[in-house]
Design a protein around this ligand. Structure first.
Ligand SMILES: [Zn+2]
Length: 471
């Protein structure tokens, strides 16, 4: 039961969203597309994991949020009009996701059991039949699942831009969700290997980015095909060089899949041709030589690991320990729910830890707290946003989550890092705040009507399968 003070504060915090509805004791009302205002909030008496080496963890601590930023973290902060009870809660930075083809979340669990129904042919056949509105539906479903599970930053790796309208609709879904992230502009499924990305449209979006950025929550990047072989053949050197050069000219960060198969030497080639750098994120790198690891480290290229898709599709085991030992910034990712099924970042953390300890036959190889760093501050560093998010430090933007440790799958308070990595699930995420806006409270999303999102996604997929004749 909320105190009257919290209830009244909740009304104020919901602000614009509460206009047509009334915040009730069972939870906030939902007005899709209408965000709660950024209110001043104090979270009281929580177990706070700042993920900052100097501040560390604080027991029975408060977090003061003002104007969308962390104002203070510590014991007994002054009173505020709106207070959240943090007792029994672990407060930590919002989880940072680093590579996700959000558009194909409509294709959840659709990678089948025969070669012709595997992930790549499925994404290609259905991707070609997508309408712009399907980009919106897929990405909106993904963003809703992300926020529900405590992910506050996503890297939307958009590789089905069949016309400018497809990019528009994908971006609209991101904007409406209120999530923070990077939108990486890519080609379409089935794009000819000798053609560049739509450079004219990329530049148009770049030029008018202020209209897309949602007050700076979203940034732009290039989803680069690189030197790898795609479903439609090897990308020509002329095309991938032009794409790369265009991104560098516009100062856009670049992201590329590489070395997901035995014998692949794409990273060696990227290194040779000077395609690596702090602004070039490399995805997977499951088959990587010591020389390639050195090249990544020397160039400062971050790596994104998506253990569930890497395992499910047979790319192999993420070489987490080797990458970290070399000092490479590592982030964790969903990749695609067509393979992973869901976007559970708690499960992703647990998989990374368990796979690493299993393959090294060492119980102590990858500590839980190190994995939690990858999902927060290290992930933010790998995406170039650690100055703004990834840890709960005064001055940073207020992206945080509250995990209810009194749920039955937690219930006892042991080691908080181990609890988050090994025991917690999206259902334990009680509250989610992005840029000071409360987007989940009391276990319910505040600005997204999940029943409507699910119903519209179901209808979109049914129509898509019909159009593609894919059953
Ligand atoms: Zn991917």
């Amino acid at each position: 039961m909320k105190s009257r003070r919290e209830f009244l504060g909740g009304m104020a915090a919901l602000g614009a969203a509460g206009l047509s509805g009334c915040a009730s004791l069972s939870g906030p009302s939902v007005v899709p597309g209408r965000f709660p205002v950024r209110s001043e909030v104090v979270i009281r008496k929580a177990y706070v994991m700042t993920m900052d080496p100097k501040l560390g963890d604080m027991r029975d601590a408060d977090v003061h949020v003002k104007d969308g930023a962390i104002a203070a973290v510590g014991p007994d902060l002054p009173a505020s009009a709106y207070e959240l009870d943090g007792r029994g809660m672990i407060v930590l930075p919002g989880l940072v996701e680093t590579h996700w083809h959000m558009w194909n979340t409509l294709l959840r669990s659709m990678s089948g059991d025969k070669r012709e129904h595997g992930y790549f042919p499925t994404a290609l056949a259905l991707g070609k039949a997508y309408l712009p509105s399907d980009m919106y539906q897929g990405t909106r479903l993904a963003a809703a699942e992300a926020l529900n599970g405590g992910i506050t930053f996503v890297h939307d790796w958009c590789h089905n831009i069949r016309s400018p309208q497809y990019a528009e609709e994908d971006l609209r879904a991101l904007r409406e969700s209120g999530i923070r992230g990077r939108f990486s502009y890519g080609t379409a499924q089935g794009h000819p290997p000798d053609k560049t990305v739509d450079l004219e449209d990329l530049e148009r979006v770049w030029r008018s980015w202020a209209a897309y950025s949602n007050d700076g929550l979203l940034s732009l990047g290039l989803a680069w095909r690189g030197v790898s072989t795609g479903a439609t053949g090897s990308v020509s050197a002329a095309a991938y060089k032009r794409d790369f050069d265009a991104a560098r000219t516009l100062r856009l960060p670049i992201s590329v899949h590489a070395n997901n198969r035995r014998g692949s030497d794409a990273i060696a080639l990227l290194a040779r041709e000077k395609f690596l750098g702090r602004d070039v994120q490399v995805i997977h790198a499951t088959w990587v030589t010591p020389e390639e690891i050195r090249a990544l480290a020397d160039a400062g290229s971050p790596v994104s690991l998506s253990p569930y898709t890497e395992l499910r599709i047979g790319f192999g085991f993420p070489p987490t320990g080797e990458l970290l030992a070399a000092g490479i910034p590592v982030g964790l990712s969903v990749d695609t729910t067509a393979l992973s099924g869901n976007a559970d970042m708690f499960a992703i953390m647990k998989a990374v830890q368990n796979v690493e300890n299993g393959r090294s036959n060492d119980e102590f190889r990858l500590p839980a707290r190190r994995v939690l760093e990858l999902a927060t501050i290290e992930g933010a560093r790998s995406m170039g946003v650690a100055d703004r998010v990834g840890s709960l430090v005064p001055g940073k933007r207020a992206d945080l989550i509250m995990v209810n440790t009194r749920d039955v799958n937690l219930a006892v308070f042991s080691d908080p890092a181990h609890m988050i990595v090994e025991a917690a699930q999206p259902s334990n995420v009680d509250t989610v705040m992005v840029d000071g806006r409360i987007l989940k409270r009391g276990g319910r999303l505040t600005a997204i009507d999940t029943a409507q999102v699910a119903a519209e996604a179901r209808a979109a997929l049914a129509a898509l399968r019909k159009r593609a004749d894919w059953w």
